[in-house]
Design a protein around this ligand. Structure first.
Ligand code: BDR
Ligand code: CA
Length: 311
């Protein structure tokens, strides 16, 4: 199986991505690193522990990553995810403790101990932890197989400001470090995730699985679904982060281009904008596979099929 580290800020859609990864024998989840993002670190690391327990994988270690972005004050998204970050489901306090090794140490040490090109980093939140690891130990860069990240946008532009996607906006300097690192990158931007909508019919499929994970996913995604329906009259809420895992499992569901992507780190008006050279007009070398399309029916079939394998 492909070895991955998941760096995440759960977050309902992060939680579903973790469940999808744990349910998939093609992937070996070496560990989970929680980062400050949707809610503060104390909640994201606790939520990550609740999810590994829910999935029946308490042995997967959960580490605490960065408590705040590289240089900016934290920004959270309780307006989307609720006060706990996982509103919509009532999960017990986790028994599994936080792993004592700090998340950045875990990332660096795991990459140095593994064969070069063996470990993939999956990022579902702000890129703070990966940037800190790359800054501390630049020798890990050529050892990373790939960074697969949910973040950014091109045609879909922004969701936290008119021009910025949340994960990049929260820590644009970290995204900049990652995009300049030379590590192979695959980006799952809003252009993809805004096509994967959790409609009431799809939520009913998760509920109909009859297992506790299916019920939890229906509850969590139902919480975000209400937000989008009320605010935007949308048929369902976008399922962002599970696309990172689905891409690893079934890349044929996605299409995109190898292009240059840069991040705006200065302008107050467009801070955190991902400037994607989709038409290759700049001459800047490609640094990312920027995905733009998804077979959303295929994505949901995969999710349902995998969640059925969990308790
Ligand atoms: C991203 O922001 C978070 O709120 C979601 O979990 C996702 O990672 C979407 O912009
Ligand atoms: Ca997230």
């Amino acid at each position: 199986p492909r070895k991955i580290i998941i760096d995440t800020d759960p977050g309902q859609d992060d939680a579903v991505a973790i469940l999808l990864a744990l349910a998939s024998p093609e992937l070996d989840v070496l560990g989970i690193v929680a980062v400050a993002g949707n809610v503060p670190l104390a909640l994201t690391e606790r939520n990550a522990r609740r999810i590994v327990e829910l999935a029946g994988f308490p042995e997967v270690p959960v580490h605490a990553g960065a408590v705040r972005p590289l240089v900016r004050p934290p920004i959270t998204a309780e307006h989307v995810h609720g006060q706990t970050g996982l509103d919509g489901v009532d999960l017990p306090e986790p028994d599994v403790p936080l792993h004592p090794k700090p998340g950045i140490d875990f990332i660096v040490e795991t990459l140095l101990a593994a064969d070069s090109g063996e470990v993939t980093l999956c990022t579902l939140g702000p890129l703070t932890d990966v940037a800190l690891a790359l800054n501390r130990a630049p020798e890990i860069a050529p050892r990373i197989r790939e960074i697969v990240m949910m973040g950014g946008a091109y045609f879909e532009v922004g969701n936290i400001t008119p021009t910025a996607e949340f994960n990049v906006y929260v820590d644009p300097e970290a995204a900049d470090v990652v995009l300049r690192s030379g590590v192979p990158i695959t980006m799952l931007p809003l252009d993809v995730t805004h096509r994967a909508l959790a409609t009431p019919e799809r939520l009913a499929r998760f509920r109909a699985l009859g297992n506790r994970c299916g019920a939890a996913v229906a509850g969590m995604l139902g919480f975000s679904e209400r937000f989008d329906r009320e605010k935007y009259a949308s048929p369902g809420a976008p399922i962002h982060d599970p696309n990172v895992i689905a891409w690893l499992l079934a890349p044929e569901l996605y299409e995109g281009r190898r292009i240059n992507v840069a991040v705006e780190c200065a302008s107050p008006l467009t801070l955190g904008m991902t400037v994607a050279d989709y038409w290759r007009v700049t001459g800047r070398p490609a640094n990312a596979l920027f995905l733009r399309g998804v077979d959303d029916a295929g994505f949901f079939d995969l999710l349902v099929e995998r969640l059925a394998r969990l308790p």
